[in-house]
Design a protein around this ligand. Sequence first.
Ligand SMILES: Cc1cc2nc3c(=O)[nH]c(=O)nc-3n(C[C@H](O)[C@H](O)[C@H](O)COP(=O)(O)OP(=O)(O)OC[C@H]3O[C@@H](n4cnc5c(N)ncnc54)[C@H](O)[C@@H]3O)c2cc1C
Length: 440
Amino acid sequence: MPVPALIPLYLVVVLLPLTLAWAQGLPSRPLVDDLASGAGFVAFAVILAEFFLIGRFRSVTRRAGSDVVMRAHQLLARTALVLVLVHPFLYVSPMTPPPVWDVTSQTALNYDWAGLWPGIIAWLLLGGLVAMAIARDVSGARYEHWRLLHGLGAVLVAAFGLLHVLRAGRYSADPLLGWVWIAFLALAVGSLLYVYLVAPLFRWRRPWRVTSVTPAAERTWTVTLNPDFEGRVEYKAGQFAWLNIGKGVFSLNENPFSISSAPSAGRDVEFIIKELGDFTNTIGQVRPGTRAWMDGPHGHLTHEGHDDAPGIALIAGGVGIAPLIGILRELAVTADPRPTALLYGNRTEAQIVCREELQNLAEAHGTEVIHVLSETKKGWTGDTGMIDATLLERHFGTKSRRNWLYILCGPPPMLTSVKATLIGLGVPASRILSEQFVYD
Ligand SMILES: Cc1cc2nc3c(=O)[nH]c(=O)nc-3n(C[C@H](O)[C@H](O)[C@H](O)COP(=O)(O)OP(=O)(O)OC[C@H]3O[C@@H](n4cnc5c(N)ncnc54)[C@H](O)[C@@H]3O)c2cc1C
């Protein structure tokens, strides 16, 4: 199913409870009351659907890319928060027990405390959850702790939300809608249990061992893993995996890293990891023989499936080279006859990863390798400055390169400006793939 088909599917799911409520044909109430209920319905369905948009389901990330899925997750959470915030304040009908003749509660709102308190708790918790997510980087909390709290908080919001909907809702008193809500919650919590309990159990039978950790550039390491089981892991060049090194299989201490080896080159899997925080700063101390676990492959950043592209351009900023080097290696191993070019930006020369290998690839496979540095020393003969419009136009501005496949990985501002420039040069958006390493 292509990406555009995922959007209607998503809409059908989150609008299903609203549609079922409308189909009940209950006597009408003031419009704003129904708007308030509608806002609550859509918000709660969006919240439950959020459990699937956590970047771990390959059927979704293969099509849209994990970074896009995670950004959708963040944006939709904020949308749900706005709807939830306004939901209780829109109602205008009196909060009194309805008269005995009003069996459908069209003249008054259910003010029963048993239905209200779970809603108030869910309302407060959701605000806290979104605020905590937005403030994650400034809070100084360890990512793993934050993730655990975020998951537990989300389950509580969902559970209290369900209690509120079932007890206070005029429309959710309908058994069919009530069961739909219960099924949605079961699927949501089930998906979390699958990711953090069931999937690790399967992984337990597929352990890996670290075979080497070697310097790749300044504060950047190449980590190679060998499967400690029969068979191999199938992946596409450029995809990424969640890596857990030296911890138990159920540990939340796992981080996403792009696979930089070529799938056709053998069973070993390689990563290029830059020191950035508490886990990556210790990567150079990992000893060969250490046990590791891998959840993957994930992601859509690959040249595979784009056989009609007449050429391939790879544009990397910093450690964004990791997936692109995997693609270059695969193109070389499979002797792909198409012309290839790599535009690789770094701050200093010492940060260039696998420089010698890139040189060899350039000679053996005919890849055009263009290095760009923003801080140069005397004797530097490559390009200087940033990967900007002038540079892109110089290297990719010809008509023959317009229909190439462009694969981008690097800091978000670089990706935004490179994409805009390429589109300005006439490259169709469908020919540009990109992935960023930060979800914010
Ligand atoms: C799809 C993808 C592919 C990546 N590929 C590479 C790669 O090939 N090489 C490389 O050096 N880096 C890569 N990264 C970035 C890498 O995941 C982070 O640098 C690393 O997780 C930092 O962890 P830390 O504990 O050292 O730092 P921390 O100080 O704990 O975290 C620093 C920042 O890294 C991010 N981060 C930390 N832990 C996680 C996590 N479990 N999940 C998601 N984000 C997290 C957060 O934005 C956090 O604010 C990739 C990231 C993504 C999303």
